[in-house]
Every structure is written in C-alpha cells, then in structure tokens.
Design a protein around this ligand. Sequence first.
Ligand SMILES: Nc1ncnc2c1ncn2[C@@H]1O[C@H](COP(=O)(O)OP(=O)(O)OP(=O)(O)O)[C@@H](O)[C@H]1O
Ligand SMILES: [Mg+2]
Length: 421
Amino acid sequence: MSKNNKDIIVGIDVGSSNVRTIIAQQLREEQQPRIIGISSVPSFGIRRGVIIDVEDVTKSISESLELAERMAGVSVKNAVLNIGGCDIEFQNSKGVIAVGRADGEVTEDDINRVITEAQAVPLPMNKEIVHVIVRKYRLDDKDNIKDPLDMKGVRLEAETLLIESANTNIKNISKCLYQTNIEIDDLVLEPLAAAKSTLSKKQKELGVVLINIGGGTTSLAVYEEGDLVHTAILPVGAGHVTNDIAIGLRTSVEVAEKIKLEYGSALSKEVDKKEGIDLSQIDSQEEGIVSRHHVAEIIEARLEEIFSLVRKELKEIGKDQLLPSGAVLVGGGAKLVHLPELAKEILGLPVQIGFPLGLGGVMDKVDDPSFATVAGLVLWEQEKYVSQKDGFMGFKSFNSLARPAGDTVSKMGSWLKKFLP
Ligand SMILES: Nc1ncnc2c1ncn2[C@@H]1O[C@H](COP(=O)(O)OP(=O)(O)OP(=O)(O)O)[C@@H](O)[C@H]1O
Ligand SMILES: [Mg+2]
C-alpha cells in the first residue's frame, strides 16, 4: 500500500447488471489519470438502477472494490459513484445576490453564492437535488453571460436547471458505502458520467445524444452548443431483451443470456432463416433446435421499443432528427451485433458506438462501451483535481469552484452526510 492516497481517484459504477470499479492515479507530471486497478463483477440487489437490497449491493461493491484494490495495491478510502433510477425530475430556478466586493468585481465566492441561492427552492416530496446546471448569468442589465468572473456589477443572477433524484436512492447508496467504509466524493447521474468519457467537445457543440443501454435501464443525455439540454433514464434495458428470449423460447434466463451473447443480432434481416441454434450445446439440461432468425426477431422487437422511446424523448424537446453529431451508443447493450444499423433506422440519425477516452494506464479492458460510466466517474472527479499556484495538487470541493454557465455541477459537500446511518 505504498501509493499516496491523495493522488488516487476511484469510480464505482453500481449498475443493474454489473458493479465496475476503476482505481486511477493522477500523477503530477501526467495530464490523464492512469488506471492502476480495474474490475467488473455481476451485481445483486439492484433493479432498474435502484437499490432494492442494501446487503446484496454492499457485497457486490465490496467484491468489485477488493479485486481492483488488489490489482492497484492501494486501499480505497473515497470514491465517486453513479446514481441511476428512473424517477429523476427537473426544475428551473433562479438565484439572485448582491455582488460582495465594494468595487463590484464578481468573485468565485459570488458565483458560488448565487448557485447556492438558486437551490433554495421547495423540493418535490422525497427528492434531493443531485445536479445544478447553470444556464446563464445576468449581471445588472447584461444578459446571457457565460462566465461573470472578474466582471463588474451590483446584482448577479443565475438561471439554473436543477436535476433531482429520489432521496431513498441516495440514502441507500450512502448506506452501502458506509458499510464498506468508503466515503462518497460525489454522486453523478449515470448518463452524465457516460457522456463525460465518450463525447468530444465538438460533438457536444454540434448537437449529440448519448444513449447508454444498461441491463435494467436506458439513459440518455442530449447536448447542444456545448451544454446539456436534456437527460432521462428509461425503465427498460438490455436485460429485458434477455427476458423476452427466455419467455419466447421457454428457456431459463441464464440460457437466454448465453443465446443473446453468442447468437444474438439486432437485425433479423441479417440472419439466415434456415440457421438453427442447438440448445443442448448451450446447456446440457436443454434440448431442441431454435431458429436464430426468430431469436433476432425477439431482440429486434424490444430494441425497436427502446429506440422509439428515445426518439419520443427527442421529439418532446424538439430535437427529433436535428442533432448533427447523431447518437453515440454505450453500455453493455451497445455491444449487440448490428445495433448501430437498427438505431440509425429508428432514430433517423447517424449512429456510432462510444468508447471511453481520456484515461491512461491499463487501458485494454476499458476500451469497451460498457466501461463508459465508470471511466466518466473518474474523469468527473479528476476535473476537480487542480494544479494550484505553489505546485501542490489536491482536490477542490464543488463549493470552492466557480462554474461558467453550461457546466453541470454536482450538488456535493456536506449534504450527503445527512444520509449516513
Ligand atoms: N457482447 C454483448 N452483446 C450483447 N449484449 C451484451 C454484451 N455484453 C453485455 N451485454 C448486455 O449488457 C447488459 C449489461 O450492461 P451494463 O453492464 O452496461 O449494465 P448496468 O450498468 O449494470 O445496468 P444499468 O445501467 O441499467 O443499471 C446486459 O443485459 C448484457 O446482456
Ligand atoms: Mg449502467
């Protein structure tokens, strides 16, 4: 355990199908965090991104952490986690403050105060703010300001969008981490984390939708002119495809999963109608031959539903077929054969698979769309890892970071502590 924990960034993606951990080291002389430990284990106790059994989830997290710790040779004390669940809500709000300094120059403290002020709103029952997106600032009569730092004025306003999640989710994830003896650095909404590691600045500038197809959920994040304009988590994912196969073929879920992974295709027209799958080759308990074309039809039907739901979301925000950088698919579900072609047909957009970028070190395992979220969690935290004037590098908390408009920030800090048992 020789490494200095001050340089260590840890992301844990607690998903409906898998728990993934990345332990990264941020060396002073390197730009990118270097992966030194990585793991992926099946998860238990999570349904559709929501914790339903704290004990089971705690066990899955411990198992994933232990594997990554052993590889990295460090003992983890803090981590950034994702937050899923389909019950996120949005609220527009506004903060107004008087600029603090006598000469009217806007400081980081003013910006932090106005963002805090914008969060002083009545919250829906059982909800908690997880992210604050600053849409724009206004300083006296100057509107549409991206970054008011060092400008001069009297009255500073911030227009924000608040993203809220069920506080039972936050409470349960806090409980799991408390039992694992890990402190939570930050909680990040899954699609925002996945977008962080896979979308380029240019794609976000032109207009793009990230679609993360997980086991129990499909989440999306839409960006335009560099800013997040919409995000949603839908209660259907690639696990539903497996269940459909199990029901359609009357096999166990385990066999259906193997069929999906080994013989699945998102496009039935690409599969020869005469091709058969011998079930006894997959599991000695099973028998009979099933049509591979029929399996593809089952898969295609469910994925059509998923992409139609995504398209509906895009229609609702007036962005249907209007995103020049198209769709970027991530998550384990994105690995299905012929998925980009099907997505392209249904969304009417250019489609590509997203791979995590921006990390160094042991990269081979991470070069995979299902590692987008956990890689994004590490990068999210790394952004707070700043080089200070005296050369000392350390983590800054959200409250000491002034943010330009368009940036998405976690509502982090002491508020998480109230969820600890
Ligand atoms: N090679 C593959 N081909 C097709 N599907 C795959 C492949 N690998 C994984 N999957 C599917 O991806 C799904 C799991 O994806 P992922 O690990 O991203 O989910 P998760 O993050 O645990 O879940 P969620 O984000 O919904 O909480 C499973 O349904 C699995 O069958
Ligand atoms: Mg996931």
